[in-house]
Design a protein around this ligand. Sequence first.
Ligand code: SF4
Length: 517
Amino acid sequence: MTEDQTRLADSTNTPKNAADAPPADSLDLKEYTGKYRYGSASYQKTVERRKSRSIKIGPVLIGGGFPIAVQSMTTTDTRDVEATVRQIESLEAEGCEIVRVSVLNMDAAEKLGEIKKRINIPLVADIHFRYKLALEAIAQGVHKVRLNPGNIGARHKVEAVCSAAKDAGIPIRIGVNSGSLPRDLLIKYGHDDPEAFALAAMRQIEILEDHNFHNIAISVKSTNVNTSYYAYKILATMTDYPFHVGITEAGTSWPGSIKSAAGIGAILMQGLGDTIRVSLATDPVEEVKVGKRILRSLELKHEGVDIIACPTCGRCQIDMIPLAEEVERRTAHFKSPLKAAVMGCVVNGPGEAMAADIGIAGGDGIGLLFKKGKVVGEVKEHELADLLVSEIAKMTGEAVAEDDPLYDILGAPPLTHTTDTPPLTDKSGAPPLTNITGAPRLTENPGAPPLGVGSVGPSSEKGARPLQAGSHPAPETKDPRIHKITSGKNRLEGNTSGRGGVLKSEHPDWLPDSAKK
Ligand code: SF4
């Protein structure tokens, strides 16, 4: 057996061909998911993450169970400090947590210190072949270097880089992709084989370890989702260094986002991944948006307003899709986690959106407002968007955007109004909105519970308060736009959560079969 064969034999139980695979009915799915088994009634909803080592990239810790960081890479010429800083600021504003810049030559390397001083997220230098660029980048104070030690030549060069990185206390990320596979592995395994990726990464790791360097992150990115998926799975059995996960060169914005979501999502669901980069042929800000959305979809990041929206069908009698889009757009900058549902009808709306903190279900020209699955009143269709936005602002304690139609009414932040605040009216002359929150005003309620998880009150000086998804209270609202359900085609009584609730309608044909009995 060669060294590579021994590594693989020791590490992977991936069947090499169909004949080696166990019969389907004897499969223990634990191998694949960590928890699930055939026939099991219990499910683990959250991803069980691989136990990796933690490393520090500036102030950001990855691995060891720390939150998965979203990173991106600039597309500017690094020598152009202004353009590079501007792009990094856009990435930061979108929530990028680590940024990488390419270091093409010494001029670019010498600009890294200046760039670092002007940004607020860790800076990573991307270097190929020339070890002196790595030494200069480290001297300039970067927080991590991405290079493959096998590409920089003589042992003394690798030693110099390892020793400089060690002195600076910064990690090195090894990045294996299709283009960097060693020739012998390419000949043996072919162009896009996951075992070859894992073995190539192990060879690079061993070079660094040979220099007693262990502050390492690794990526094994192919542009092929299956290759990447299995490469990370195999590599996870060989080492505990943290993983930088991505699907390289995923493509242009729309197909690339979907490919990245499929690939990165599948890998993360295996519990693999400590930082991610979505690789798109478009503005890198899109990479950050997609990366954050992937993490939020997998519930690996609890941040922002999630809009649960039904696809609509023939039962929907309001213009629901533009409403969902509008609420999503107007609350996109909110940081506190909250689930808001915009559902087309009352037949399935509240029941399907049980997990939502707040939502509406469309009726005929109205929307039923529900909180925690319980209907609290009905609202005219033309008032739904503003009402939802103001309620979400209230529940999160965050301010609407300055260009939002409600900004003049709610101000910023929304819960700082006191009894001294003069009555507010909206532009349509609707009733005053001073009681919109229905919550006790702070000056009147010194005994209110302290702010914290799940509490409602004014924003802290630093902005959004930490709130956990599903933890938002649902106080009785006195908003004058919310009416008792007394008229209209559909009437809901009692617990309308969809679980044991009583659903009545003047138009029984409109109700689900279960409610007609
Ligand atoms: S919630 Fe109502 S309108 Fe929306 S898809 Fe379901 S049944 Fe149709």
